[in-house]
Design a protein around this ligand. Structure first.
Ligand SMILES: Cc1cc2nc3c(=O)[nH]c(=O)nc-3n(C[C@H](O)[C@H](O)[C@H](O)COP(=O)(O)OP(=O)(O)OC[C@H]3O[C@@H](n4cnc5c(N)ncnc54)[C@H](O)[C@@H]3O)c2cc1C
Length: 364
């Protein structure tokens, strides 16, 4: 059979554009379809990622980090070298952490450009309404066929919804951009300020990205909006932007591949649940998936190799991140006074190990 494309990728965010980049580099004929006019806008992100140097330590099995993450200067708002974990009483545990705070819309546009440079084509302002066999059906009624279809549509991906019978815990998130002077340190806040989740203050150039994510089942008496308003009021500055979204926090799903369908990024649950990192993991999965598409098109190697290679590169971190959020689940059920006592010099390294996806007690 002949198809219009080797692979159609639904969604051109960090996952989709990275799949496109590496699959096109391997010679595959790639079409990315995205409903947005400009990919990356509107902003739905805290915009924090580790530097490449930090990532090499956090994810030691991911090869060629500098090739994958080529973040240009104009996509970086600011750097930081400290992360604070703040207890309900305001006690702060500080950790060295080399992070870069992005200008996410520019970052995502640069990823699109990298994919286009390899020959991938984009169709924007174009929504995929359905997928049937080897065809995607667009909102305008157009049918387009492809050997492989990749779902990179984020937490509500259409391919995932239709063909995967597996649910994920999605945390609702509100955030703002605020002008003002903020310390050169990322702060994460835990306890009743953000039941079942956490809140953040991530400094940017001339301001900050401030947000909060909660699980509604732990916040019976107040809505996310109410909690967000009172959290934002703790900071001084003018709000210049308000946004929201959902973070999938269950970790990876069981199977990334079904027949000729693949899921990558948030659609496959690649956000590390113990710290909310989803950009770098989506791109890591995107490179592996893109290379798998290339290997299938060029050598007939099954695309299921994608999941095997993900497990080799990110399996350990995902395993310990899921375990870390299990410990977090105990914390979510605890009153503030108990969480306060749990923030001390003895637990300091355990907390950091849970957040950075390391075994907390030696091997476990
Ligand atoms: C408020 C918030 C704050 C966050 N903060 C951070 C952070 O600080 N650091 C971090 O690492 N991660 C953060 N994340 C997570 C991170 O944003 C995601 O993990 C990451 O964007 C996943 O990339 P993706 O490509 O899988 O999905 P997305 O970036 O969501 O891209 C999906 C794309 O698919 C398109 N699409 C969806 N459905 C269709 C359709 N039917 N037809 C056509 N196009 C479609 C969308 O328009 C979109 O462009 C945050 C998430 C949220 C919501």
């Amino acid at each position: 059979m002949s198809y219009d494309w080797d692979a159609i990728i639904i969604g051109g965010g960090p996952a989709g554009s990275t799949v496109a980049r590496y699959a096109a580099k391997a010679g595959a004929k790639i079409l990315v379809i995205d409903r947005r006019e400009e990919i990356g806008k509107p902003l739905q992100c805290g915009e924090l990622v580790p530097t490449n140097k930090e990532l090499k330590q956090l994810c030691p099995n991911v090869p060629d980090i500098d090739d994958l993450f080529q973040t240009p200067d104009e996509a970086i708002s600011r750097f930081t070298n400290t992360m604070g974990i703040v207890s309900p009483s305001g006690k702060r545990l500080e950790y060295p952490f080399e992070g870069q705070i992005l200008n996410r819309p520019i970052h995502d546009q640069k990823l699109v450009q990298l994919a286009k440079n390899e020959g991938a084509q984009y169709s924007t302002k174009s929504r995929v309404n359905d997928v049937i066999d080897n065809e995607v059906i667009l909102k305008n009624g157009e049918h387009i066929s492809s050997k492989i279809i990749v779902g990179c549509g984020g937490p509500h991906d259409i391919l995932r919804k239709k063909f995967w019978d597996e649910s994920s815990l999605n945390i609702a998130v509100n955030f703002v951009l605020m002008d003002g002077n903020f310390e050169d340190r990322v702060d994460l806040f835990f306890g009743s300020v953000a039941p079942g989740g956490y809140a953040w203050m991530i400094p940017k150039k001339g301001g900050a990205n401030i947000g909060i994510g909660i699980q509604t089942k732990f916040s019976k008496n107040k809505s996310l909006n109410q909690r967000a308003e009172s959290f934002f009021r703790k900071f001084e500055g003018e709000i210049t932007y308000k946004g929201g979204g959902v973070l999938p926090m269950s970790g990876t799903i069981t199977n990334f591949v079904k027949g000729n369908y693949m899921l990558v990024g948030d659609s496959a649950g690649m956000v590390l649940p113990s710290n909310g990192a989803g950009i770098t993991t989506a791109m890591t999965g995107g490179r592996i998936a893109g290379q798998a598409i290339g290997n299938y098109i060029n050598h007939g190697i099954p695309i299921s190799d994608y999941q095997k290679n993900w497990n080799k590169q990110m399996g350990i971190e995902m395993k310990y991140s899921k375990r870390g959020i299990w410990w977090g689940g105990l914390m979510f059920r605890s009153p503030d006074w108990l969480i306060n006592t749990g923030f001390n010099r003895v637990t300091k390294s355990l907390i950091w190990r849970a957040i950075t996806c390391k075994p907390m007690f030696g091997l476990f």
